[in-house]
Write a protein that binds this ligand. Structure first.
Ligand SMILES: NC(=O)c1ccc[n+]([C@@H]2O[C@H](COP(=O)([O-])OP(=O)(O)OC[C@H]3O[C@@H](n4cnc5c(N)ncnc54)[C@H](O)[C@@H]3O)[C@@H](O)[C@H]2O)c1
Length: 269
């Protein structure tokens, strides 16, 4: 059979591989014959070739972790994220979900060769990014970790936590995709609907219960996704079959964002 995704024997790095979608991604890639390096702040149980600890809130940890990942990275997946309160306030959430995600991506990007691909995970929560585009481009224009954090501190109305971080990742994806065309490196992100992972419990607590979250964000099919239902599209997005796809924010939500875009669902985002 023709292997249209091309992962057999391919070197992949998965950031955020301890639980949830990232874990499902790492396990599936191993099953597909890829050689996987996993990065996470928590211990990774997937049977990967190499596991490296990294705290995306800490630039020194990011630099040290990136040094341990040697050689070419044809496929880079960045899945890590935090849900926000009560454990992470708005700034702490921006720090991990945007500033740290961008920092590890940029630290590893020089090792992504021509024909390689990068896929990040944003969220359907970021779909309204266009209304903050100008400000989010300013954030993306910052170059250092510290400057990005300072920008977030100075712009709390846009850098407002989970939603702002996920909007910023979409803008970053599209800007980076444009800049990386000349290197022939693709750059995309996934926008998952609510998915049954450890993070979902925190989302339920934040809005005062499962029913409240589901009223606003549940996919039209009427259930949460499984981690595999996000990991597999993510793997497809970085696969060779998608070799003409870059700058895309892929909505994996059984039509949720589609309904938002045409006004079938109103005022949600
Ligand atoms: N679950 C959902 O409903 C949902 C919906 C849309 C988007 N997302 C996004 O999907 C991605 C995966 O989340 P998930 O749902 O699988 O949740 P999860 O909590 O199971 O996975 C998050 C992973 O990120 C890692 N991580 C957290 N903080 C880190 C840090 N400082 N440094 C390094 N690694 C860190 C965690 O250890 C974990 O392995 C996240 O970016 C999340 O924002 C989740």
């Amino acid at each position: 059979m023709k292997d249209i995704l091309g992962y057999e024997g391919t070197r992949c790095v998965v950031v955020g591989a301890a639980t949830g979608m990232g874990e499902a991604c790492a396990r599936t890639l191993v099953e597909m014959g890829a050689e996987v390096t996993a990065l996470d702040v928590a211990p990774v149980s997937a049977p990967v070739k190499q596991s490296v600890q990294v705290d995306l809130a800490d630039p020194a940890s990011i630099a040290a972790a990136a040094k341990q990942v040697e050689g070419e990275i044809p496929k880079l997946f960045v899945c890590a994220g935090v849900p926000g309160p009560p454990k992470w306030d708005a700034l702490a959430t921006m720090r991990v979900n945007f500033v740290g995600v961008r920092a590890i991506t940029e630290a590893l990007l020089p090792q992504v060769p021509k024909g390689g691909a990068v896929a990040l995970i944003s969220s359907v929560a970021g779909v309204g990014f266009a209304k903050n585009l100008e400000k989010l481009r300013e954030l993306c224009d910052t170059t250092t970790f510290e400057d990005a954090v300072a920008w977030c501190e100075a712009n709390p109305e846009v850098a407002n936590g989970y939603l702002g971080s996920k909007q910023a990742l979409i803008v970053y994806t599209k800007l980076r995709a444009s800049q990386l065309v000349e290197r022939e490196v693709r750059f995309n992100c996934l926008l998952p609907a609510p998915t049954q992972t450890p993070m979902l419990e925190t989302f339920h607590e934040q809005v005062g219960g499962k029913e409240n979250l589901e009223q606003f964000f549940l996919a039209p099919i009427g259930r949460n996704a499984t981690p595999g239902e996000m990991a597999e599209p993510l793997i497809a997005l970085n696969g060779d079959a998608m070799r003409f796809v870059s700058g895309v924010a892929l909505e994996v939500d059984y039509g949720y964002c589609g309904e938002v875009h045409v006004g079938v669902r109103q005022g949600l985002l």
